[in-house]
Design a protein around this ligand. Structure first.
Ligand code: FMN
Length: 342
């Protein structure tokens, strides 16, 4: 190996800690995940919001937290809150933080769903040097790919997203039908809001957002990790008016109340009615009420984390990137299925 190549390798190894980490890593987890606890700080004792918060929008970065009537933060307090993403066992280390700022209050059935932006962020999964090396690498890769993304995240928005995805987040399949159209597509910009409420967000200009708004109801199916490739492939359905249910590469059955086609492989199917449609920025947030919740079995489900957290997790568990990426590749590689628009 030439001296220049050796020096380059040494710099790379110093800056990236070995191999640069990917931004998105798929992995199998039991639901609800038990690796990370998300704490809300700034309203007295920290409040565990692990299973009571949702990603709501990418541009601008916005998340949603639910509060009972008259229990939400006041104007001043709301701009001083923060979320801390902590290891659930072991030393309970803080792995990331998002300082919150109030964006909007959404009132529904006497509850308050508060939308927050990011005031600031901190990520402790890696040293600052390695984080910055990756920020530059990601930027360069995007420039070189010459793809002009239809949404561009701000610097702070990106960092906030990386912290949000320290907490493993499930990917589910939404099924929706109206009298004349139907579709099934994956979602991960979502979250439980407690008390039977659930929020998910869809890109505002895209077809699924209009379809869900028209239908007013849907079925949300969990995805077993082994079937994860199907969910990934169905990302393409976000660009379709409608799909042909008979062309799906897996069997479906009718959901219990709405009779909407759902995958037979789903461990859990929740049927929901949309109660609030809130356009935000790049996304429209749907707040829905769960009207049926059926659990058929349990096992490893499809989850996604940011590579920064995966790197920390592998270090903690003496895991190997090669094994993690092999698991991840099984999801990303399979692109056998392409349903045609109806
Ligand atoms: C696993 C997965 C999860 C996704 N989750 C969401 C989501 O929650 N909200 C959304 O609007 N789009 C979601 N999408 C759609 C993508 O953002 C994208 O629009 C889609 O894959 C089509 O790609 P294209 O826009 O590059 O053609 C998801 C896609 C995939 C593959």
């Amino acid at each position: 190996m030439s001296i220049i190549r050796r020096v380059r390798k040494a710099i790379k190894s110093f800056a990236f800690g070995g191999t640069p980490v990917p931004q998105r890593v798929f992995l199998g987890q039991r639901s609800p995940q038990t690796e990370i606890t998300v704490w809300l700080h700034g309203m007295g004792s920290p409040i565990d919001v692990t299973n009571r918060h949702a990603m709501a929008c990418a541009v601008p970065f916005i998340l949603c937290l639910p509060f009972d009537a008259n229990e939400g933060p006041g104007e001043k307090e709301a701009n001083h809150l923060s979320l801390k993403f902590c290891e659930q066992d072991g030393q309970r280390r803080v792995l990331g933080e998002i300082g919150l700022k109030l964006v909007q209050r959404v009132m529904l059935d006497g509850k308050e769903f508060i939308l927050f932006g990011a005031r600031g962020t901190a990520n402790y999964c890696m040293s600052r040097l390695r984080l910055w090396a990756h920020y530059l690498l990601y930027e360069r890769a995007e420039r070189q790919a010459h793809n002009t993304p239809d949404i561009t995240l701000t610097f702070r928005g990106r960092r906030a997203m990386e912290v949000m995805f320290i907490c493993p987040r499930p990917i589910s399949l939404v099924s929706v039908i109206t009298d004349i159209k139907g579709n099934m597509f994956p979602v991960n910009v979502m979250g439980d809001l407690g008390d039977g409420y659930f929020a998910f967000s869809l890109r505002s200009p895209k077809i699924p957002a209009h379809l869900v708004a028209d239908a007013g109801r849907l079925a949300l199916s969990s995805v077993p990790f082994e079937q994860g490739a199907f969910a990934y492939q169905m990302g393409i359905n976000h660009n379709k008016q409608s799909i042909n249910w008979y062309e799906l590469p897996f069997e479906t059955k009718a959901s219990s109340s709405f009779q909407i086609p759902v995958p037979v492989f789903a461990y859990r199917v929740r049927e929901m009615e949309v109660e609030k449609i809130q356009p935000i920025g790049s996304h429209t947030m749907f707040i829905a009420r769960v009207i049926s919740d059926e659990c058929y079995s349990a096992g490893q489900e499809l989850f996604v984390v940011h590579g920064f957290y995966e790197a920390w997790r592998l270090k903690k568990n003496n895991g190997e990137w090669s094994a993690a990426l092999k698991e991840d590749a099984t999801i990303k590689a399979a692109a056998r299925y392409k349903s045609s628009p109806v």
